[in-house]
Design a protein around this ligand. Structure first.
Ligand code: G4F
Length: 348
């Protein structure tokens, strides 16, 4: 456990869903929170930093790239973190079928460079690696535990298995306090629009606001163990507060199909999903992970971790958020297109 009065945390992927919730959690605990961000000229800062906009005055951001060992070494040497949470990755499974090479490069080398930078510049820093239930892939056991063999079904899953092995090896070979969380799917209103849950909740919002007519999804029968990201980042922190480094599954222990998610999400807005949703081969994956269901027994016993948000609450929270967002967007556009000068003078 960190002994400094204000321990220092470094987060890669701080601009993402998990990074933003974790930054909130650590700030509330009195950490000095640093984040690594990419220098990307194409994306406007308002969009990239949207999820952490409310935290910006309290964060210290550093430009570095997972593709550059020197840039990571510089940041780690400069700030000498007590804890490092490595969340950044190419995390969209579908994209990893389109470009396996960049997914493997970023996710494997990025993890390796960061581990090595910590070993060389801040060996006492505790390290968290964001593993994934995608490592189980074509799962050989149901439910999946820390002991279930891996059988990844995508370059993304393969890259996460490699990152997991690197993390374990730095722990065993170099004595780093390095932990891997094997996190099952975790969602929230801050989820990216490319992931199925947010694609659905955003569509519900837009359909209700008259901005969209229907929704094309891929495999409606795929089953996932979906929890709330806010609950899951707490487990990451708990792992780094233990006396021994170890790996943990974090999951709800319940599984639902994409169809069930859609049914509940549309029903939350008073709609029948069958009137809007269709299954489109365009969104099918070349190799699907059909069923994921996690057993978080070890996290419960050792970490004392508990999830607070149920599946129903999660779906409702996402739909409510996206209903409001779609309405606000419509209002904004209506105001924007309203003539600012009256077209006709009032008769005097
Ligand atoms: O929402 P998804 O894209 O998430 P996926 O592939 O399970 O991965 C997410 O969770 C992992 C944790 O296990 C993370 F490691 C990973 O980074 C990411 O956060 O897809 C969920 C399921 C899949 O079976 C997919 O085939 O939904 C199915 N699906 C059906 N229609 C769709 C769609 N997925 C997407 N993205 N878009 C669709 O239209």
């Amino acid at each position: 456990m960190p002994t400094r009065k204000n321990p220092v945390a470094l987060i890669t992927g701080i601009t993402g869903q998990d990074g933003s919730y974790l930054a909130e959690w650590l700030l509330a605990k009195g950490y000095a929170v640093h984040g690594i961000v990419r220098r990307v000229a194409m994306e406007s800062p308002e969009v990239r930093l949207l999820r952490i906009a409310h935290l910006l005055p309290r964060l210290q951001l550093h430009a570095a790239s997972l593709e550059s060992y020197p840039s990571l070494f510089r940041v780690v040497s400069e700030i000498r973190p007590d804890e490092c949470y490595h969340l950044a990755a190419q995390s969209f499974v579908s994209y990893s079928f389109e470009d396996e090479f960049s997914t493997l490069n970023t996710n494997i080398n990025g993890t390796h460079y960061l581990l090595s930078a910590i070993k060389n510049a801040a060996p006492d820093c505790r390290f968290y690696f964001a593993g994934s239930s995608e490592m189980f892939g074509k799962a050989r056991q149901v439910p999946q535990t820390e002991l279930t063999p891996f059988h990844p079904r995508s370059a993304y899953g393969i890259s996460k298995v490699a990152g997991y092995d690197l993390t374990r090896n730095y722990r065993e070979a170099y004595g780093l306090f390095a932990c891997a969380g094997i996190l099952f799917n975790h969602e929230s209103p801050r989820r990216g629009l490319e992931f199925v849950t947010r694609k659905i909740s955003a569509a519900v919002g837009r359909i209700c606001a008259g901005r969209q007519k229907n929704l094309h999804l891929g495999n409606l029968e795929a089953r996932r163990d979906w929890g709330h990201a806010r609950d899951y980042v707490q487990a990451m922190w708990m792992m780094l507060q233990q006396t021994q480094p170890d790996d943990f599954v974090v999951a709800t222990g319940a599984t639902h199909s994409v169809r069930e998610f859609a049914e509940l999400a549309f029903a939350a807005a008073g709609l029948d999903y069958r009137d809007y949703v269709s299954s489109d081969p365009e969104f099918y994956r070349p190799a699907e992970v059909d069923l994921l269901l996690g057993d978080a027994g070890k996290a419960h016993r050792v970490l004392g971790w508990r999830m607070e948000c149920s599946f129903d609450q999660l779906v409702r929270e996402m739909v409510e958020h996206d209903l409001q967002q779609a309405r606000a967007q419509s209002r904004f556009e209506a105001a924007d297109s309203a003539p600012s000068i009256p077209l006709y003078k009032k008769a005097s």
